[in-house]
Ligand binder design. Structure first.
Ligand code: CTP
Ligand code: MG
Length: 211
């Protein structure tokens, strides 16, 4: 199956308190953004890596799959803008701030899309104190996968919505406007999002211990 991926990197990264966008933080000669793109560049079913960013330029990459486009004021708007450049029948949307993505998660998302699921979300089920799991106690991750037509239709509806609600992820938006339920696949604790300085340190430690 052919798909495009939108890598969201147009935030400000304020909560990491670096003084610049966390996407540009560099470790072992690679930016966080580069780490986030890597598993997709290596996947031959991925046709296009659409990076949504106002901080990097097309020339700073040397790969035929990469297209850099401008971002918006919110994550939602950045996702919409990226979607305008998608050409494949399916689209995955990934937070650039999740640089530890395993290929296994990408495979699970793709498999579900192939099995006719329109909206696929990796999750971690939170372990409750009594050792049981409940779907309500889940942590949503990216990459989330969509049929491109559904993704675009839902984002158009959001733009037309006078109430202008903001969704923190694309699956919630697609569910809200198109009533398409999310299909959950297993995420992974190492696929955490770098939000705070503590998360950044966790990322650095994870890379150093891998050496
Ligand atoms: N993002 C984006 N466009 C925006 C805001 C966020 O593409 N206008 C991206 C970020 O670059 C990040 C992802 O969405 O990869 C998740 O957002 P978040 O972790 O909140 O990153 P920032 O918005 O950059 O961080 P902060 O909220 O601390 O400023
Ligand atoms: Mg943010």
């Amino acid at each position: 199956m052919e798909y495009d991926v939108i890598i969201l990197a147009a935030g400000k990264g304020e909560r990491t308190e670096l003084g610049y966008n966390k996407m540009l933080y560099t470790l072992n000669d690679k930016r966080i953004l580069d780490y986030a793109c890597l598993p997709f560049l290596e996947d031959e079913e991925c046709m296009q890596v659409i990076i949504v960013s106002n901080d990097v330029h097309q020339e700073s990459f040397n790969h035929y799959k990469i297209l850099v486009v401008a971002g918006g004021e919110s994550r939602q708007e950045s996702a919409y803008k990226g979607g305008q450049y998608a050409l494949s029948p399916y689209v995955l949307v990934h937070d650039g701030a999740r640089p530890n993505l395993s290929k296994k998660i990408i495979q699970r998302v793709k498999l579900a899309l192939k099995e006719q699921e329109d909206c696929v979300v990796p999750i971690i089920q939170e372990d409750l104190q009594d050792g049981s799991y409940r779907m309500a106690d889940k942590t949503i991750q990216t990459p989330q996968g969509f049929l491109l037509l559904s993704f675009l239709k839902a984002h158009e509806a959001a733009r037309d919505d006078l109430q202008k609600p903001r969704f923190k992820d694309d699956a919630s938006l697609v569910h809200h406007y198109l009533f398409i339920p999310s299909y959950y696949v297993e995420g992974d604790r190492s696929n955490f999002k770098i939000t705070t300085a503590t998360d950044l340190k966790r990322f650095v430690d994870s890379k150093n211990s891998a050496h």
